[in-house]
Design a protein around this ligand. Structure first.
Ligand code: NAD
Ligand code: IPM
Ligand code: MN
Length: 357
């Protein structure tokens, strides 16, 4: 069994090495094969998602991904942007359900910009749709009309796209605290009205799960006012992108937040499924190459990979406990400490986690 390792750009390689180290520790028998994505692939192959990498992903059971994005390519257009890699991966494998668990690790409350009592014990999950919406709708272009430059993105949702991601959110809520908050902009957007209607229909199949709806602007406010009111947040692609970075900071750092992006589960099955696992953050060019990035998101992404793509709950739980234990014993990266407090670099922090495994 092969796991594809796609480190990408910026801090991607630094934190992916940490995720890979814990994977090797818990599952030494698997084959781990590296591939190029993002600017790293553009430099070598002229494409952010070269065919070699696509072939590797197709024969893999799962993908551990770092980050893509490089200021050198900020002016690039269309298919020549590093970020295209992640969009192509989501689309090619129809990975429509992006799960972003937001959990405060005990001891990190002080790192949050909110008061400790607001974030202590926080445990919510964002379910973000990732194959449709503004990211993929067409037309998507920049043209000239009467000499004026005009850019268009298209926000489109089809009912089955809303239905399938809603099913994931309700099924998850059933295993958690039984509450889904669906976030939309139904007061302005047609897609928002479709979203709310379909989600409400799906809810009738889950009488044991409570559903409420929030407009996205209010949801952004509630997330900082009282984040513990949330269990599962279900939302579309763009809103989920924004709200999950905001939610990430509640836990003390964006660098804490892992994600799993999954496709459809074959009907009636519950076993291992293909998935893409990555920190929710980007390539962080401002700290890349310094050895100070927080590897927690990458390490916890490796845990999610064990849980969903290897159906190995034991290893997933071991990795999560090792992170909690390392933090409890005082391990902190720079983003998790205040002022001049001492901190560990990426590798030293990872060693602390490996020691707890
Ligand atoms: P970013 O998420 O890379 O960084 C935002 C801020 O958070 C920065 O100050 C960064 O230093 C900090 N940060 C992020 N991860 C951290 C970590 N693990 N440890 C410590 N600090 C961390 O967002 P950005 O700067 O807006 O974007 C940079 C590039 O990344 C862009 O090219 C963007 O397109 C790309 N990006 C890629 C992905 C992805 O590959 N999935 C996700 C988001 C952004
Ligand atoms: C994320 C990232 C991506 C997104 C970018 C890099 C295309 O921000 O995974 O959250 O917007 O989905
Ligand atoms: Mn994002």
């Amino acid at each position: 069994m092969t796991v594809a390792i796609l480190p990408g750009d910026g801090i991607g390689p630094e934190v992916t090495a940490a995720g890979l180290a814990v994977l090797r520790a818990v599952r030494p028998e698997l084959t781990y094969e590296h591939g190029l994505v993002g600017a790293a692939a553009l430099d070598s192959y002229g494409s952010p998602y070269p065919s070699q990498t696509a072939a590797l992903c197709r024969r893999s059971a799962a993908i551990l991904f770092g980050a893509v994005g490089d200021p050198r390519y900020d002016g690039a257009r269309g298919e020549l942007r590093p970020e295209v890699a992640i969009l192509r991966l989501r689309k090619e494998f129809d990975l429509f359900a992006n799960l972003r668990p937001v959990k405060t690790i005990a001891g990190l409350e002080a790192a949050s910009s909110l008061r400790p009592e607001v974030v202590r014990g926080l445990d919510l999950i964002v379910v973000r749709e990732t194959t449709s919406g503004l990211y993929f709708g067409t037309p998507k272009q920049t043209t000239f009309e009467d000499g004026i430059e005009v850019a268009v993105d298209t926000l489109v949702y089809r009912a089955p796209e809303v239905e399938r991601v809603a099913q994931v959110a309700f099924a998850l809520a059933r295993e958690r605290r039984g509450r889904v908050t669906s976030v939309d902009k139904h007061n302005v957007l047609e897609t928002g009205r479709l979203w709310r209607r379909i989600v409400t229909q799906v809810a009738t199949q889950y009488p044991d799960v409570a559903l409420d709806h929030l407009l996205v602007d209010n949801a952004a406010m509630q997330l900082v006012r009282d984040p513990k009111r949330f269990d599962v947040i279900l939302t579309e692609n763009t809103f989920g992108d924004i709200l999950s970075d905001q939610a990430g900071m509640l836990t003390g750092s964006l660098g804490n937040l892992p994600s799993a992006t999954l496709g459809a589960q074959a009907p009636g099955t519950t076993g291992p499924r293909f998935g893409l696992y990555e920190p929710i953050s980007g390539s962080a060019p401002d700290i890349a190459g310094k050895g100070i990035a927080n590897p927690i998101a990458a390490i916890l992404s490796a845990a999610l990979l064990c849980r969903y793509s290897l159906a190995d709950e034991t290893s997933a739980a071991r990795i999560e406990s090792a992170v909690t234990a390392a933090v409890a014993l005082g391990a902190r990266t720079r983003d998790l400490v205040r002022d001049d407090a001492p901190f560990l670099g990426t590798s030293a922090f990872t060693e602390r986690v490996l020691a707890r495994l």
